[in-house]
Ligand binder design. Structure first.
Ligand SMILES: NC(=O)c1ccc[n+]([C@@H]2O[C@H](COP(=O)([O-])OP(=O)(O)OC[C@H]3O[C@@H](n4cnc5c(N)ncnc54)[C@H](OP(=O)(O)O)[C@@H]3O)[C@@H](O)[C@H]2O)c1
Length: 245
């Protein structure tokens, strides 16, 4: 398969890249800083391609997609893990960082889906995948409303594209994780994120994500404990959640 991963220079995206490279797939990893790619990945993986761009830059995404699919190569799978998140619920965003989060988590994803879907429509096959978050399922997430809103938007974009592309055999999968023990999450928690509820090791999360992609599922919400917790929290009156601020 020909697979592009936007947000593949670290964390979940990098772990997915390693998995697909091991399977023998041709993989493009993309991010703003390719220096972050571990040396072993570059030297031992001839099927690895790397493109440096900011997902907010539509033209740069288009150029990378053209380069990766040159000579009529297919785009079988696009995975977008690029996203910004903070640790604290009460993180205050100024205008610049608000726009940055919106451009990365939402409009960047829309650019990537739109450009890849043009190729997949021509092929009449393919799959788009985006990583949302459990936060996007919460009706009210006190103090984290912008991140939560961006991840709700990811789910809405996935639903919209799924309906539009289904007649053309293009699948759209939304990945909705709880806490995953990535280097970024650890860095935001002074090196140890083990106190986060129901946190899952990165390898286990990647195995679940890969399975959901292979099954062309509409949506994967995990871990199951978080799924149930969110159902209960959404059922509680919003006023009770506000009391926890
Ligand atoms: N870890 C968790 O607990 C968790 C839980 C729920 C949801 N998620 C979601 O999962 C995704 C990945 O999380 P992670 O923990 O693996 O984080 P991460 O290690 O920070 O990965 C984010 C990736 O996105 C890339 N990226 C960020 N901004 C970008 C931009 N403007 N343009 C292009 N690439 C960009 C980063 O690469 P560069 O720095 O090279 O650009 C990096 O490769 C995020 O969308 C996050 O919201 C994570």
């Amino acid at each position: 398969m020909n697979i592009m991963i936007i947000g593949g220079t670290s964390g979940i995206g990098l772990a997915l890249a390693r998995h697909y490279l091991k399977c023998g797939d041709r993989v493009a990893v993309c991010g703003r800083d390719l220096q972050r790619l571990p040396n072993d990945l570059e030297t031992t993986s001839p099927k690895l391609h790397a493109y440096q761009f900011d997902i907010a830059d539509r033209d740069a995404i288009a150029q990378a997609m053209e380069a990766f699919t040159v000579a009529d190569k297919r785009m079988d799978l696009l995975i977008v893990t690029a996203g910004i998140y903070y640790n604290t619920r009460s993180h205050v965003l100024d205008v610049a960082s608000t726009m940055h989060m919106l451009q990365t988590n939402v409009s960047g994803l829309a650019h990537a889906f739109e450009l890849a879907s043009q190729k997949m429509l021509k092929q009449k096959s393919g799959q788009l995948v985006a990583v949302s978050s459990i936060a996007g399922l919460l009706h009210d997430y006190p103090g984290a409303s912008l991140y939560s809103a961006t991840k709700r938007s990811v789910l809405s974009l996935c639903d919209t594209y799924r309906i539009a592309l289904k007649p053309f055999s293009v699948a759209v999968t939304a990945i909705v994780p709880g806490y995953i023990d990535t280097a970024k999450l650890r860095a935001l928690n002074e090196g140890d994120a083990s106190h986060k509820p129901f946190i899952m090791p990165e390898e286990k999360a990647v195995a679940l994500i890969v399975e959901a992609i292979a099954q062309r599922r509409d949506r994967l919400v995990f871990p199951w404990q978080m799924k149930w917790l969110i159902t209960v929290l959404n059922w509680l009156p919003a006023k009770l959640l506000v009391l926890r601020r």
